[in-house]
Design a protein around this ligand. Structure first.
Ligand SMILES: Nc1nc2[nH]c(SCC(=O)O)nc2c(=O)[nH]1
Length: 285
């Protein structure tokens, strides 16, 4: 029996690798260039990803790209709540909220989201308690430092070992705060304070993170590492490289991949799952 998550009444089954479609509501997306963000466009985009076969939609109102600045909580709420409400009304898919702020977590769940996706691993003030009180599935991700400076000169003695230990500590902290272990997902945080070499090591050894005893999420979609490996400067040109990386992630034990290009990723994982269904049992299983 494979794990499944009850996301505020909407079930996410992890019987095979699942695709988390990305709905970013940030200045570089869905805005008419003005200050206000077009919620309708973001909702339409989410519904298109649902059509493409997404298993869950990840709504984010604060860019956590390298060098990005914090967004005030009122602004983040203004961006994400209407989009979550609109998506919850128009699709039966589970919805996750990509935020580190406890106030945004609470408002998002109230609006119909059913999973917390915190790139900061519940380290913000009040986040652990909010996650425990909300009782929803939560993704704990590794990040080295802060988005503003994390890519300056990331250094590790043993990136896999150090990320593994961080995730083990955050899982422990979450459980101590009252988060049920069955509600926890771990994520090494590709690109969050890592060089290309670090990201390659984390992907090559991704199965190490399944030893944490919780499902593993991998997010490499259109990231700089893919761009550097393929020579594609434009994120929209990184679809093939992203699909390849997410296939490898599935092969190495990831059961959720976070992607912009849902249709391509869904097709690749269908091929992967068909082969996995007939593969001999893993020797380390
Ligand atoms: N769980 C999880 N959440 C994320 N949110 C972003 S935003 C940066 C981008 O998409 O380039 N990345 C990730 C990731 O890798 N894992």
């Amino acid at each position: 029996t494979s794990p499944q998550f009850d996301c505020n009444g909407r079930i996410l089954r992890l019987d095979r690798p699942r695709v988390m479609g990305i709905v970013n509501i940030t200045p570089d997306s869905f805005s008419d260039g003005g200050a206000h963000f077009d919620a309708e466009a973001a909702i339409a985009h989410g519904l298109r990803l649902a059509q493409e076969g997404a298993d869950i939609l990840d709504v984010g109102g604060e860019s956590t790209r390298p060098g990005s600045q914090e967004v005030p909580v009122e602004e983040e709420l203004r961006r994400v709540v209407p989009v979550i409400e609109g998506l919850a009304r128009n699709t039966a898919l589970p919805i996750s909220i990509d935020t580190s702020k406890p106030e945004v977590m609470r408002a998002a769940i109230k609006a119909g989201a059913g999973m917390l996706n915190d790139v900061y691993g519940l380290r913000r003030e009040g986040a652990l308690d909010a996650a425990a009180e909300l009782g929803m599935p939560v993704v704990l991700m590794h990040m080295l430092g802060e988005p503003r400076a994390m890519q300056e000169a990331p250094e590790y003695d043993d990136v896999v070992g150090e990320v593994h230990r961080f995730l083990a500590e955050r899982i422990f902290a979450a459980e101590m705060a009252g988060v049920a272990r069955k509600n926890i997902i771990a994520d090494p945080g590709f690109g969050f304070g890592k060089t290309v070499a670090h990201n390659l090591q984390l992907l090559a050894q991704l199965r190490r993170f399944t030893e944490l005893g919780v499902p593993v999420l991998a997010g490499l979609s259109r990231k700089k590492t893919i761009g550097e490996l393929t020579g594609r400067d434009e994120p929209r040109q990184r679809v093939h490289g992203s699909v390849a990386a997410h296939l490898i992630a599935a092969q190495n034990g990831a059961t959720i991949v976070r992607a912009h290009d849902v249709a391509a990723t869904v097709d690749a994982l269908k091929v992967w799952a068909a082969v996995a269904a007939v593969a001999p049992p893993r020797k380390d299983a």
